[in-house]
Design a protein around this ligand. Structure first.
Ligand SMILES: Nc1nc2c(ncn2[C@@H]2O[C@H](COP(=O)(O)OP(=O)(O)OP(=O)(O)O)[C@@H](O)[C@H]2O)c(=O)[nH]1
Length: 356
């Protein structure tokens, strides 16, 4: 079990029968049913979850995968300090390494300026000291992104999951659902990708296998699916609703409008929803990830990010770019396809993987 979430006391449960709305009211077919944990068993919990420690062996393998995933950047960033003298040449090499890590011009310039200042003010004379100063600057930069997803403030907690095609949305939903169940939360999924039958089936089959209710429609309006899912969760007393959405590029304006509509219609089903709007980013997309964050945030007002595939050829520096340009919390990062490969973002661990 992983230390994943924080839990807060709940709001009073709103009446389940209050659809203040002109949105569709027809209940779509429920393709897979069976909620694992009765919500009533959870309703009175108000303590913050202090989850069990991650077993050391699993933690080790997680860190190993993160380090392997970021090894190119880490090797570029660390070798330049070996036997180096403090001076322009070192700063230039560092600039190239940071740019190559996808940190982008702004974050790179900021780090270099701060580093020069630190070297001067702290009278650093050894390259190893400069490396350690860089480590602490990076940590300061990334720590504001480290925020837990808070459970138990809303009944149900409604989360919309967005992102470009293939970023890892559905996989992330599956992993999150398992972790939420492990924390005693009942989960309901809404198959909001109504374009691709395969995406709907993927979610449905996954739901059946894992005892998670999936609300799906053969075709039609993803906003209607989200709306029905919220009502269904209210009626069943389900704790968390996750709305999957079809992949889309921020340049596909009509599809971005569709996301806004899903958000609007969800709010008709429950005034405070969606409580979380997450963007899933493929860690290998480099600086383009920042473009995605800005565009989805402008359109929807993101509340959190999930960065996947950091086990691949990801360079990792884009988190620094995000921290500078659009510091939206990174709730989770993914280093593989297994359930335990999704972990809360921890700035300390991330910097350790980057700089050793
Ligand atoms: N290596 C690796 N692969 C991942 C990770 N997360 C997801 N994947 C893989 O990425 C591929 C795409 O994942 P999906 O979850 O289908 O992505 P999606 O965003 O739902 O895709 P669309 O529905 O097409 O928009 C799948 O093969 C996943 O197994 C990760 O952290 N590491």
């Amino acid at each position: 079990m992983f230390s994943f979430f924080k839990k807060k006391p709940q709001e009073p449960t709103p009446p389940a029968s209050a659809p203040a709305t002109s949105a569709p009211e027809q209940e779509p077919p429920v393709i897979a049913t069976a909620v694992a944990t009765p919500a009533s068993a959870l309703a009175s919990t108000s303590a913050e979850i202090v989850a069990a420690e991650t077993p050391a062996a699993q933690k080790q393998s997680w860190m190993t995968r993160l380090k392997v995933g970021l090894s190119k950047t880490s090797s570029n960033l660390t070798t330049l300090f070996v036997g180096a003298k403090i001076g322009d040449e070192l700063y230039e090499e560092l600039e190239s390494a940071l740019l190559m890590s996808d940190a982008g011009v702004d974050a790179t310039q900021f780090l270099l300026d701060e580093l020069r200042r630190k070297v001067k003010s702290e009278k650093l004379t050894e390259a190893a000291q400069v490396k350690s100063a860089l480590r602490s600057l990076l940590l300061d930069m990334l720590t504001p992104l480290q925020k837990p997803l808070v459970l138990g403030q809303h009944q149900p907690l409604v989360m919309m999951i967005t992102g470009v095609n293939g970023a890892g949305k559905t996989t992330t939903i599956g992993k999150l659902a398992k972790h939420l169940q492990a924390h005693g939360q009942s989960v309901l999924l809404a198959a909001g990708d109504t374009f691709r039958a395969a995406a709907r089936e993927q979610l449905t089959v996954w739901g059946q296998r894992n005892n998670v209710t999936v609300i799906a429609q053969e075709s039609g309006d993803p906003a209607a699916v989200a709306f029905d899912a919220v009502h269904s969760a209210q009626a069943r007393g389900t704790n968390v609703v996750m709305v999957d959405t079809a992949g889309r590029l921020p340049t596909q304006l009509h599809l971005m409008e569709e996301l806004k509509k899903i958000k609007r219609v969800t709010a008709k089903g429950m005034a405070s929803a969606p409580h979380e709007i997450l963007l899933v980013i493929d860690g290998n997309t480099g600086q383009n990830a920042l473009t995605q964050v800005k565009a989805f945030d402008d359109a929807l007002g993101l509340t959190g990010l999930v960065v996947t595939k950091l086990d691949g050829t990801a360079k990792g520096g884009v988190l620094a770019a995000i921290a500078r340009a659009r510091p939206i919390p990174v709730y989770f990062i993914g280093v593989g396809e297994q359930i335990e490969d999704l972990q809360p973002f921890n700035a300390q661990e991330f910097v350790e993987a980057l700089l050793g």
